[in-house]
Ligand binder design. Structure first.
Ligand code: AMP
Length: 311
């Protein structure tokens, strides 16, 4: 089993979907990634920052999932990062209503000593300079570095983003963001252009339409599980990334074939995340539920076909 370092936001979110509205609840990219990766019993640590307003109960939840939280700095006199978003009726698109960086504005991440040799590093959605600084602290070169980002950082720190993208192995990004980053509409062309920026593997998340994994000329596609109820898509992308990273850390195998499985695990875990508001579903998710859904996934995507020339 490998060690997994996760950097990203640990946050308060306020969410509005066609089904309801929440006050400030637990959110943040690193929170979703950590909860998702915890399904694999990996030795993981979150590196982040929160303010004195962050409830101990939320930190205890992360610890209870065996996530090392010694890298979460608490700035007593500061406020926790806050994000608020409102989903459109299709639930695939949303408007950001507020992004308050608060303690995140001056965040200098410190990777705990005993995680500086981690094999897998998951750079969750954060300022690209912060993502770079985590890589600078690693004492041995990680076997796999995965990066997630979003339009917010493309709009505000594009040059820094290009610098960190050069240093990573896998990027996970949604379709709209892949188009914004490359100026290409075709996702195949966009993936090729992102390859040229550095990452050998490009994962493009397409919300309820699944995810694509590109590696040079190889492409793999995993659909999203068709669900009866989608309540709140917040964190689905991070949950996907956490499942992907957790599976790689658990198996310690970074081949393209194994990454296909990582994409399936990522999609499966994300399918739970959207069923309830915020982290509610991921908090109590059991291995048995995951196993059953993986079987459903297999059934959905598997088919036998006899191919010959004279059909
Ligand atoms: P996702 O739905 O996977 O894109 O992730 C949503 C999570 O990302 C929320 O829990 C937010 O707290 C967090 N988030 C939103 N905007 C940002 C940002 N600019 N930087 C880092 N994290 C963010």
């Amino acid at each position: 089993m490998s060690k997994l370092v996760i950097v990203g936001t640990v946050a308060f979110d306020a969410i509005e979907t066609p089904f309801g509205k929440t006050d400030k609840i637990l959110g943040g990219a690193a929170t979703f990634i950590g909860l998702s990766a915890s399904q694999f019993d990996v030795d993981s640590a979150i590196v982040s920052v929160v303010g004195g307003d962050f409830p101990q109960e939320y930190l205890d939840l992360l610890s209870s999932k065996n996530i090392d939280i010694s890298g979460i700095e608490i700035i007593k006199e500061g406020k926790t990062f806050f994000w608020s978003g409102k989903y459109h009726n299709d639930m695939n698109t949303r408007d950001t209503l507020a992004t308050e960086l608060n303690t995140l504005a001056d965040f200098k991440p410190v990777v705990p000593e005993n995680y500086r040799d981690a094999e897998v590093v998951m750079l969750g959605n954060l300022h690209p300079m912060v993502q770079s600084s985590v890589l600078d602290q690693m004492t041995t070169k990680p076997k796999l570095v995965i990066l997630d980002t979003m339009n917010f950082w493309m709009n505000s720190a594009l040059d820094d983003l290009h610098q960190v993208i050069k240093r990573i192995d896998v990027i996970t990004i949604n379709d709209e963001e892949a188009r914004q980053l490359t100026g290409e509409y075709s996702l195949v062309v966009a993936a090729r252009k992102i390859h040229e920026m550095g990452p050998k593997y490009v994962v493009i998340k397409k919300g309820e339409h699944g995810a694509l994994l590109f590696h040079n000329e190889n492409v793999f596609y995993a659909p999203a599980l068709p669900l009866e109820e989608v309540f709140d898509p917040t964190g689905a992308g991070d949950t996907f990334a956490g499942g992907f990273a957790g599976y790689i850390a658990k198996t310690n195998d970074t081949s393209f074939e194994n990454m296909k499985n990582a994409v399936i695990y990522g999609s499966t875990l994300a399918s739970f995340c959207v069923e309830k508001f915020g982290t509610q579903r991921m908090k109590n998710l059991t291995r048995d539920e995951v196993y059953k859904r993986l079987l459903q996934f297999k059934k959905l995507t598997q088919f036998e076909i006899v191919l010959n020339d004279n059909l």
